[in-house]
Design a protein around this ligand. Structure first.
Ligand code: FAD
Length: 447
């Protein structure tokens, strides 16, 4: 290994590792996928180096803010008791927004409101930073403020990375460098992305007293609520809004499909959409007197199974957003538990390969087999039609307006005679409308 100029790396190496020639594993990216992989490998006493370009783990990571625990509870049994989770989500909401009104649907039930809770709101700056400390406690080295620029390929096999002009070698590299993975691209596993497979999100964290959060959302104690928004929130473009309650803050944001954004006739600015969203009366009263403490934007892979990268190559595995493991099915947006699970299974594949000291493409193919047996690939195959079903523009413009028009008419009490309810609805659902609905329904039925 050449002289390492990054002082912090030197320090880490001197502190923790006697064998400086090579690491067992280098993980690129200290987000949830990378930390999950490193945590699992370090538990088995492998020498693991995580390289993260941010000032600390969590500094560059953005999520809407809701982590579903059930699928990954047993993969990391030691984590959940002490994890800095915000609030368990005990109430689900969907709001269909039209220009002049909105229809809200809320669901709560014993399945959501009792332990073990299905999901929690999380703040990544806090959660990832804590997770990184747990990873270090297991014995892995995490070096921040270090950007990996390339992979080292020798005799067709990835055998390390280049960072800050230096070469760092390992038996295997795990690319967990997020949605636009340079590392997977450099290793020839990923082609430059297609706009239709990505969405872009902006999010604000708004600090608000815990008591006010509980009062405004009708919550008891530490209970939390989640709400997704569709329709006018994105000006009819594919996407939606989200709102999650944290302990002392709200996570509020908007996600919009990139290709629809490009194709949209009117120039839409996403920060402007978020501002307008905040000014809607439905939202303004919830965030009133709050202070904006965090603002960020990030790309999300939403292309589903068809847009996944190749998951492994000689000496390299790809996990988390880097592989495309995030999924929007309209009522849930999930990526964090896929990131953690794929990091875990990548680590399992490395452990298996290590038994024979063989990191060839054949040896590492067990990663894909493990993912196929797990909820990760089962979900991706089950929801392979989600991107197509959700790409219908009528879902974001026509139906929100139609539904709200019907509601306005049903609830209006005119000065004169009120029309019967069925003819009121029927007026909107003429044959042409019904026919179009049947066509749309056929697509939605694929979800
Ligand atoms: C607006 C929005 C809302 C979302 N809502 C939800 C939600 O509510 N629930 C949910 O489960 N998922 C949600 N997601 C998806 C979820 O956040 C991601 O799927 C998840 O964060 C992926 O984790 P990761 O570890 O794969 O990637 P990341 O968290 O992006 O981590 C990648 C890491 O790699 C580092 N890195 C990148 N390049 C390099 C390099 N060259 N060298 C060194 N380090 C590098 C980055 O700094 C980063 O820390 C949302 C995403 C967005 C953007």
């Amino acid at each position: 290994m050449g002289t390492i100029t990054v002082p912090i790396i030197l320090e880490k190496l001197k502190e923790g590792y006697d064998q400086l020639e090579k690491f067992d594993v280098i993980v690129v990216g200290g987000g949830l996928a990378g930390l999950a992989a490193a945590y699992t490998l370090a538990q088995h006493d492998l020498e693991v180096l995580v390289l993260e370009r941010g000032d600390y783990c969590g500094a560059k990571n953005l999520t809407g803010g809701r982590l579903y625990i059930n699928p990954i509870r047993n993969l990391f049994p030691d984590l959940w008791q002490k994890a800095p989770l915000e609030r368990p989500i005990v109430r689900e909401g969907v709001m269909i927004m039209a220009a002049e009104g909105s229809l809200a649907i809320n669901y709560t039930g014993a399945d959501l409101a009792s332990e073990p809770y299905q999901s929690y709101s999380v703040l990544r700056a806090k959660f990832d930073r804590w997770f990184a400390r747990e990873v270090e406690r297991q014995g892995a080295a995490i070096v921040t403020k270090t950007r990996v620029s390339d992979v080292i390929i020798q005799d067709g096999q990835v055998c390390g990375v280049r960072a800050d002009g230096e070469e760092l070698r390992a038996d295997v590299v795990i690319a967990c460098d997020g949605v636009l993975s340079l590392i997977a691209e450099k290793a020839g596993l990923r082609k430059p992305g297609n706009a239709k497979d990505y969405a872009v999100g902006v999010k604000e964290v708004i600090e608000l007293e815990a008591g006010l959060i509980e009062e405004r959302f009708g919550l008891e104690g530490n209970e939390g609520a989640a709400c997704l928004f569709m329709g006018a929130v994105t000006k009819g473009i594919f996407g939606g809004g989200f709102l999650y309650t944290n302990q002392n803050s709200l996570s509020l944001g908007i996600v919009v499909g990139i290709s629809d954004l490009i194709a949209s006739e009117s120039a839409v600015s996403i920060p402007a959409l978020l501002e307008e969203f905040k000014q809607r009366p439905e939202i303004a009263r919830l965030i009133k007197d709050g202070t904006s403490v965090e603002y960020g934007a990030h790309v999300i892979p939403e292309g589903g199974a068809a847009a996944l990268t190749r998951l492994y190559g000689p000496g390299i595995l790809v996990a988390g957003d880097a592989a495309g493991f995030a999924m929007n099915i309209g009522i849930t947006v999930r990526g964090m538990e896929y990131a953690m699970a794929s990091g875990y299974y990548a680590a399992q594949a490395v452990l298996k390969a290590r038994e024979k000291n063989d990191y060839s493409v054949q040896a590492l193919s067990s990663y894909e087999a493990l993912l196929k047996e797990s909820f990760v690939m089962k979900d991706f195959l089950n929801f392979k039609n989600a991107p197509l079903a959700l790409s219908n523009p009528r879902l974001y413009s026509h139906y929100p307006e139609l539904i709200n028009d019907i509601m306005a008419d049903l609830y209006s009490v005119p000065a004169g005679q009120k029309e019967r309810l069925y003819p009121t609805i029927r007026k909107y659902l003429n044959w042409r409308e019904m026919l179009a609905m049947a066509g749309d329904m056929r697509k939605v039925m694929k979800l």
